[in-house]
Write a protein that binds this ligand. Structure first.
Ligand code: SIN
Length: 523
């Protein structure tokens, strides 16, 4: 890979998951591309994605059915054109991934498809059983390495966007040792993933601290639909252990949810039973946990009726991880609880990834392009990163005629003001507030308390001087965006559920929330 100066490049891509790397591949023929990963490439959420990637590629499927399922899951808030792009461009993009070496699981020579919640067909491709994201990332990274214009740097955290005349012209970067420098580019893509680490319980990796969303918002970009958070129903629940995801594909292959009395319960809540939409399943589990008379209530996933060989072969990563906690999933039930999983909202973009700020693009989980509506359909996230990462790359290429910006203004380096002192305790406090007051089940009084508490903590994140302090600032900034938008949306829809407004209010809220500065509106 060619080494070129890290103080400027033609295209800057922040984030090295599926969206960032796919964009980089698109840009690799056009100019010098610098991809920055906060930690290692393998630390991204893409690497941890289990279930798969959805696309209408099987003989029994149709693009129109994938479109329809995505719109139904999105609960009225999908941008139909954005979804059409997703489901139509998805299959050729996946075929391209296969050409580049991605090995999806097959039955003989034919691609193998599984089912997940709210899909009307088996359309979820998977790899190495339950390591789909890892396999896609491997192939995509290998493809990027063949393009000599692409340089991927690990352990480079972007702290702030650089602006000239209200245009994004680069980022400030804080290196692993705390050193600061500026990198300019003709266009910047934020593909920084999500914000699960805002919550006490999450399936997301440690890097998911809402960095790109916070950076874009602080630079003046519009952000949208931040209240729409998806909670995955089934994360492994072991005290003092991380909440490891147990893929929805497990239920797709026939696993059951059971309460503490070992009764199956999902049929009480939804006609699709164990494969109901994720928000319905997550709330059903919360309800079962509440009505159980136990100081430490748990719900279980049961695979013990499935063939042990099939379970081990189909879910090797889940099998091995549970084994580490002495749970043999072929003979024992798995203790689970819901956990924060995905943000449907993010940096507002059009269908090319262009944000409201010239020169700034976003794709993947950090972006809100209207594909997921109020509730993302299972396995549409890798697909969105793939399709819209490529689109953002194409648009940035077209934006290139402006050439490289020069920095006329000296950008202030972050001060070492608050450094790291008390930052872990602060982040812990935010994560508890978010989980308890801005979680699966919300109400106005809890949301107001959350907004007040988070606002009162603002002074503690001014002038960050270390990577962790920047993460603290980003967690607080993104947390406030979520809490304020959730308070403003006085209805329930998709991943946003309020006990004080338990139904849809289409007249007022069949719209997207948009935040610009302190102002929030529904458009
Ligand atoms: C899962 O495997 O259940 C997660 C996949 C997704 O979030 O789409």
């Amino acid at each position: 890979m060619a080494q070129h100066t890290p103080t400027e490049c033609d295209f800057l891509v922040v984030g090295a998951g599926i969206a960032g790397l796919r964009a980089a591949v698109e840009l690799g023929e056009a100019g010098r591309v610098l991809v920055l990963a906060k930690r290692q490439v393998c630390d991204s959420a893409t690497h941890y994605a289990q279930g798969g990637i959805a696309a209408a590629l099987s003989d029994e499927d149709e693009v129109s059915l994938h479109l329809q399922d995505t719109l139904v899951a999105g609960d009225g808030l999908c941008n139909v054109e954005a979804v059409r792009v997703l489901v139509e461009e998805g299959p050729p993009r996946i075929e391209e991934l296969i050409e580049w070496g991605t090995q999806f699981d097959r039955n003989g020579t034919k691609l193998a498809f599984t089912r997940e919640g709210a899909h009307s067909r088996n359309r979820v491709l998977h790899a190495q059983g339950d390591s789909t994201g890892r396999e896609i990332l491997r192939a995509l990274y290998a493809k990027a390495k063949t393009l000599k214009n692409i340089l991927v740097l690990e352990f480079e955290m972007s702290s702030d966007l650089l602006l000239e005349d209200d245009r994004a012209v680069g980022v400030s970067v804080i290196g692993d040792g705390g050193e600061l420098r500026q990198i300019t580019a003709s266009a910047v893509l934020l593909a920084t993933g999500g914000l699960g680490q805002l919550y006490r319980n999450t399936t997301n990796p440690e890097v998911a601290t809402g960095d790109g969303i916070a950076m874009a918002y602080l630079a003046g970009a519009d952000v949208s639909d931040m209240e729409l958070i998806q909670f995955h129903p089934t994360a492994l629940y072991i005290k003092n252990a991380p909440r490891f995801l147990i893929s929805e594909a497990v239920r797709g292959e026939g696993a059951y949810l059971r309460n503490m009395e070992m009764d199956r319960f999902m049929h009480k809540y939804h006609a699709q039973g164990d494969l109901a939409p994720r928000d319905v399943v997550a709330r059903a589990i919360v309800h079962e946990l509440e009505i159980t008379r136990s100081p430490d209530p748990i719900v279980y996933l049961d695979l013990t009726h499935l063939k042990p060989d099939h379970v081990q072969h189909r879910f090797p990563r889940i099998y091995a991880t549970c084994m580490k906690y002495n749970i043999d999933i072929t003979t024992e039930v798995i203790p689970i609880r819901p956990a924060a999983h995905y943000v449907m909202g993010g940096i507002l973009t059009d269908l090319t990834g262009q944000s409201s700020l010239p020169g700034l693009y976003a794709a993947g989980e950090a972006a809100a392009n209207g594909v997921h509506g109020a509730n993302r359909l299972a396995s549409n996230s890798l697909l969105e990163g793939l399709v819209y990462g490529a689109r953002a790359g194409q648009a940035m290429r077209n934006d290139w005629h402006r050439g490289l910006p020069t920095l006329n203004r000296k950008h202030a380096a972050p001060s070492n003001g608050s450094a790291d002192s008390g930052i872990e305790e602060l982040i812990g406090q935010i994560r508890d507030v978010m989980w308890n007051k801005v979680g699966i089940v919300r109400d106005g009084s809890g949301l107001r308390q959350a907004v007040e508490t988070l606002q009162s903590l603002r002074s503690r994140v001014v002038g960050p001087g270390t990577r962790r302090a920047f993460e603290g600032r980003n967690i607080l900034t993104s947390g406030l965006l979520v809490a304020r938008s959730a308070l403003a949306r006085e209805e329930s829809r998709g991943g946003h559920y309020r006990t004080d407004y338990p139904t849809h209010d289409d007249a007022k809220f069949l719209k997207h929330s948009v935040m610009r500065g302190e102002k929030i509106s529904f458009q």
